[in-house]
Design a protein around this ligand. Structure first.
Ligand code: LCS
Length: 425
């Protein structure tokens, strides 16, 4: 275990929101030992160098709430930030640290912070960065609960947010207000698959001293690394491709050491949405295969997108990997692959869609995404039902839109299942 790397996580007074070492230079990620390794190697090895006591190949699950101090003096020093060592699992835990180091290294970030869910990560990051009177500029399309959380922040705490068509640079520039503190982006956007040019947005943000926060859930760090495009903080619902197997709810945020330290000692510590060591272990295990999984998700999804595109009952397919997708060139430039998510519409609209979703057998009618199992769902009545209908249409979520998270089954079997279900469209 890299105890020296975990030391910074808890060497501050619990009530000190700005750790003293927070001035560490942002360029440290470039000198990260993992920087020169391949992403699969990082996913498998980063953050854990073996256990010298037992030789355990995989990181132990440190299922403990607290850590015993060798003396009063040592405990006092840990609280004061003068000595390395864990204190209490809400502030840091060795198994959770392994996960945080892996995802940070994959994203080319300096540091990572794990949470009990994607929404715990999103809410903690946003609360940590803004105050009453600030404005958040968002991509025109947000996961339903993110939209609901921002609405709550606006109505209850006076933090404004607006959605913006980020496919157009001038619209982004015009949408910035004097009180804009954060640009918050999903790309590809859930569930429309619209892309945002991260380089363009982060450059505008820098001109205005605004932080860019990106929800990178849809592609995973294996296929897209927003920090390489100038963004500041990256968030994942680790429930999805990071875990990959549909058996855990988790979130993670990565970014500059100083910001991650601040978030750890404020909105993680004091709101308390921490990840359990066992769930961290499941994510560490899932991450080891992220490379092969993302390759196969992308390969299967492209085949399904091509199949749907030629189907007589399908009116539109949204998948950035299709050569005629309007933002295909941006997808090729910004990502290392197109991922496993696609959306489509049927000529028969919502009613036809309901019949298809009720007929699938191999594909499972369920929300969530990024699992080895293929999942199908209806955004307007499920994941995005909390977004008001008018706003949903502005996001491009028609009532007939169906989202498919293409899994890792044999692609011929997924096609066969869709084929029989589409007969009912
Ligand atoms: N960000 C995105 C892009 C998501 O798709 C989700 C969950 C979250 C954040 C929240 O993560 P959680 O707290 O669930 O770990 N998306 C879901 C979806 O599309 N279907 O079910 C959940």
């Amino acid at each position: 275990m890299k105890t020296h790397e975990t030391q910074h996580q808890h060497n501050h007074l619990p009530d000190d929101p700005a750790p003293a070492h927070s001035a560490r230079p942002h360029s440290a990620a470039e000198h990260h030992p993992a920087a020169s390794k391949g992403l699969s190697t990082i996913a498998i090895h980063e953050g854990y160098e073996g256990d010298p006591l037992t030789g355990s190949l995989t990181p132990p699950i440190y299922q403990t709430s607290t850590f015993v101090f060798p003396s009063v003096e040592a405990g006092t020093k840990r609280f004061a930030g003068e000595e390395a060592g864990y204190i209490y699992s809400r502030l840091g835990n060795p198994t959770v640290s392994v996960l945080e180091q892996k995802v940070a290294a994959l994203e080319k970030a300096e540091a990572g912070l794990a949470f009990a869910s994607g929404m715990a990560a999103i809410s903690a990051v946003i609360i940590g960065l803004v105050k009453t009177g600030d404005h958040i500029l968002c991509s025109r399309g947000l996961y339903g609960s993110t939209y609901a959380f921002l609405t709550l922040m606006q109505n209850r705490f006076g933090v404004e947010f607006t959605l913006c068509d980020m496919t157009d640079e001038q619209t982004v520039r015009n949408s910035i207000r004097p009180n804009t503190k954060v640009i918050y982006v999903e790309t590809p956007i859930n569930p429309t698959l619209e892309l945002v040019d991260l380089r363009m947005v982060s450059e505008i943000a820098k001109e205005h001293q605004i932080l860019t926060v990106v929800d990178n859930t849809f592609l995973s760090p294996y296929l897209q690394r927003p920090i390489e495009h100038g963004c500041d903080i990256v968030i994942h619902s680790a429930t999805k491709y990071i875990g990959g197997h549909g058996d855990v709810i988790a979130g993670i945020a990565v970014g500059p050491q100083a910001m991650i330290d601040m978030l750890r000692m404020t909105t993680l510590k004091d709101i308390g949405g921490v990840l359990s060591p066992f769930d961290a272990y499941l994510l560490i295990r899932g991450l080891k295969t992220i490379g092969v999984r993302m390759h196969q998700h992308s390969k299967n999804a492209l085949q399904i997108a091509e199949y749907l595109q030629q189907h007589p009952k399908v009116s539109a397919v949204y998948y950035p990997g299709l050569p005629d997708y309007p933002q295909h060139e941006l997808a090729k430039r910004q990502t290392d692959g197109f991922g496993g998510l696609l959306s489509f519409e049927l000529k028969g609209g919502l009613e036809a869609g309901k019949r298809v979703m009720n007929q699938v057998q191999l594909c499972k009618l369920a929300v969530s995404l990024g699992d080895v199992d293929t999942l199908i769902q209806h955004p307007a009545s499920m994941t995005h039902s909390v977004v008001p209908a008018e706003e949903r249409l502005k996001m491009g979520i028609s009532d007939g839109l169906i989202r498919l998270s293409v899994g890792l089954e044999n692609v011929e079997d997924i096609v066969l299942d869709l084929e029989q279900a589409l007969q009912h469209a």
